[in-house]
Ligand binder design. Structure first.
Ligand code: UDX
Length: 453
C-alpha cells in the first residue's frame, strides 16, 4: 500500500455511506484525504479504488481520487493520526432498544484516536460527524479524548461538531454541493481550520457551538419528517372530503412561507434516519424532563399511515382474508436497495394480521428485505409470504396489488400487465401509475389522499 501523506491531510474514520461520501467530497475539492475503517473487507475494496456500497456517482469518485492519490487509506489509527491534523469521525450511532442512541462505536473511536494522539503529540482537531444528541461532543466525546490523550481540550487537541445532511440516492451530490455547512466549534483555531477545509465548497458556513450544531441535525430531520406526517394527515382529510390531496398541497406549498418540498403524501417515511433520530430526540428530551407532543405524534401518524394503505385495500375489496396481495417495492424509497425502516415491513405485518397472503417484489431490495424481517417470520406464518422474481410473477395469481415504493419499472410496465390481477385493483400509495390509462383497461385505482370526487 502507498504510504499515507505525512502531516496535513484530512482524516476520516468510519467509512460507511456518510464517511465515504465525506471523504470523496474533500478529495474532490483538492484536499489530501486519509480514510480508516475497522472493517477489513471494506478497506480492501477501497484501497483498490472500489466503492463497497452503491450510491450514484460514488464509484467514479472513489476510483478517480484513489488513482490520483488524493484519497488513500491508513492501516491503523496511528498511521492516520500521523498523516492528519484534522479527523472527521463518521462511525454509526444506531438505535438502542429504548430509542436512545448507542454511543459504543463513537466511544471506541474516541479511545482509539485518543491513545493514538497521545503517541503522536501535536494539536489536532477531532470533528464528530456522526449523528449524536445535543451535548454528546462536549459531555461524552471530549472528556473521553482528554482522558485518553492525557492532554487538555483546547491546547492539546480540540473537538468540533459538523453534522451531515446527506440523503440516500443523492449523497454524493449533497456532499459536493451542500446548501449549508454547520460547524460547532469551541475555539477560533478550529473555526479557521474548518472554514479553510470547506472554502472550496462555496456554501454558507453556519458557525455555532457543538451542542447547537448537534441540535440543528435533529431539528432538521424532525422538521422534514413532521412535514411528511402533516401531508399524510391532511391526505386522510382529503379522502373524507372527496378531493385529491396532491393539488391541495401543491397550492399550500406555493406560499413561500411554506414551500412545496417534503409534502408528498404516501405510505409514510422510512429509511435509516428519520425514525431513529426522532426516537433519540424524544428519549433525550424525556431524560431532560421535557414532553414532545408534536414530534411524538409524527411517529404515530407515520405508523398509522402505512396501516391505512392496507385499510384502503380492505375497504376496496370487502376484506383481505384469504386474498393474495402483491406488495410491490420493498425499499424505503426508489433507486436504493436499502430497506431500513421501510413501510413495507409495517404493510406486510398488517396484511398478515388481516389474514392475507403476500407476494413480494422489488427490482433490487428483496435480499435486504428478507434479512430485515423479524427472525423466523417467513417460516412462522406458514407459507403466506412469497418472494416473486419478477413483477409479472408477483401480479399473476394475486388478487390485488399494493405499490409501496415508486420504482420506474412499475411506471414503465405495460398497462395491460395490471390486468393480470384477479380483482383488477391497484392501491398505489405513491402515485406511481397513470390512473386514467388503468381505468381504460378496466383496472380500478385507489391511492392515498385521493378522494373520489
Ligand atoms: C433523510 C434526510 O433527507 C437527510 O437530510 C438526512 O441526513 C438523512 O435522512 P433519507 O432518509 O436518505 O434522508 O431519505 P429522504 O429522501 O429524506 O426520504 C425519507 C423518507 O421520507 C422516504 O421514505 C421518502 O419516501 C419519504 N418522503 C419524503 C415522503 O413520504 N414524502 C415526501 O414528501 C418526502
Amino acid at each position: 500500500m502507498k504510504r499515507p501523506p505525512q502531516g496535513r491531510a484530512i482524516g476520516v474514520v468510519g467509512l460507511g455511506y456518510v464517511g465515504i461520501a465525506t471523504a470523496v467530497s474533500f478529495a474532490n475539492s483538492g484536499k489530501k484525504v486519509v480514510g480508516y475503517d475497522v472493517d477489513d473487507e471494506r478497506m480492501m475494496s477501497l484501497k483498490k479504488g472500489k466503492a463497497p456500497i452503491f450510491e450514484p456517482g460514488l464509484s467514479e469518485l472513489v476510483s478517480r481520487h484513489v488513482k490520483n492519490g488524493r484519497l488513500s487509506f491508513a492501516d491503523s489509527v496511528d498511521d492516520l493520526i500521523g498523516a492528519c491534523n484534522v479527523i472527521f469521525i463518521a462511525v454509526p450511532t444506531p438505535s438502542a432498544k429504548d430509542g436512545t442512541i448507542d454511543l459504543s462505536f463513537l466511544k471506541q473511536a474516541a479511545q482509539d484516536l485518543g491513545y493514538a494522539q497521545s503517541r503522536n503529540p501535536g494539536w489536532r482537531l477531532f470533528v464528530v460527524k456522526s449523528t449524536v444528541v445535543p451535548g454528546t461532543t462536549m459531555n461524552d466525546f471530549a472528556p473521553t479524548m482528554a482522558k485518553c490523550t492525557g492532554g487538555t481540550l483546547g491546547t492539546g487537541f480540540s473537538v468540533a461538531s459538523n453534522p451531515e445532511f446527506l440523503a440516500e440516492g443523492t449523497m454524493v451530490e449533497d456532499a459536493l454541493h451542500p446548501p449549508r455547512i454547520v460547524i460547532g466549534i469551541t475555539d477560533e483555531k478550529s473555526e479557521k481550520l474548518l472554514k479553510s477545509i470547506y472554502a472550496g465548497f462555496h456554501s454558507k458556513v453556519v458557525v455555532l457551538s457543538p451542542t447547537a450544531a448537534e441540535l440543528v441535525k435533529y431539528a432538521s430531520n424532525s422538521m422534514l419528517a413532521t412535514r411528511v406526517s402533516f401531508a399524510n394527515e391532511i391526505s386522510r382529510m382529503a379522502e373524507k372530503a372527496g378531493v385529491d390531496v396532491y393539488p391541495v398541497l401543491d397550492a399550500v406549498g406555493m406560499d413561500p412561507r411554506i414551500g412545496g418540498k417534503f409534502m408528498r403524501a404516501g405510505p409514510g417515511f422510512g429509511g435509516s434516519c428519520f425514525t431513529k433520530d426522532i426516537k433519540a430526540l424524544i428519549a433525550w428530551a424525556k431524560a431532560s424532563g421535557l414532553e414532545t407532543s408534536l414530534i411524538s405524534a409524527t411517529l404515530d401518524v407515520n405508523d398509522r399511515q402505512a396501516r391505512h394503505v392496507v385499510d384502503l385495500a380492505r375497504e376496496s375489496t370487502g376484506g383481505l382474508k384469504g386474498k393474495r396481495v402483491a406488495l410491490l417495492g420493498l425499499s424505503f424509497k426508489p433507486d436504493t436497495s436499502d430497506t431500513r425502516d421501510s413501510r413495507a415491513y409495517t404493510i406486510v405485518e398488517e396484511l398478515l394480521w388481516q389474514e392475507a397472503t403476500v407476494s413480494l417484489y422489488d427490482p433490487v431490495a428483496v435480499e435486504n428485505f428478507r434479512r430485515g424481517l423479524p427472525h423466523g417470520v417467513a417460516d412462522e406464518i406458514g407459507g403466506r409470504l412469497f418472494f416473486a422474481s419478477s413483477l409479472k410473477e408477483a401480479l399473476r395469481g394475486s388478487d390485488i396489488a399494493i405499490i409501496q415504493c415508486d420504482w420506474e419499472e412499475f411506471r414503465r410496465t405495460p398497462t395491460a400487465n395490471w390486468k393480470l390481477l384477479k380483482d383488477k385493483l391497484v392501491v398505489d400509495s405513491r402515485r406511481t401509475l397513470d390512473r386514467k390509462a388503468l381505468a381504460r383497461n378496466g383496472v380500478r385505482y385507489v391511492s392515498v389522499g385521493l378522494g373520489l370526487d
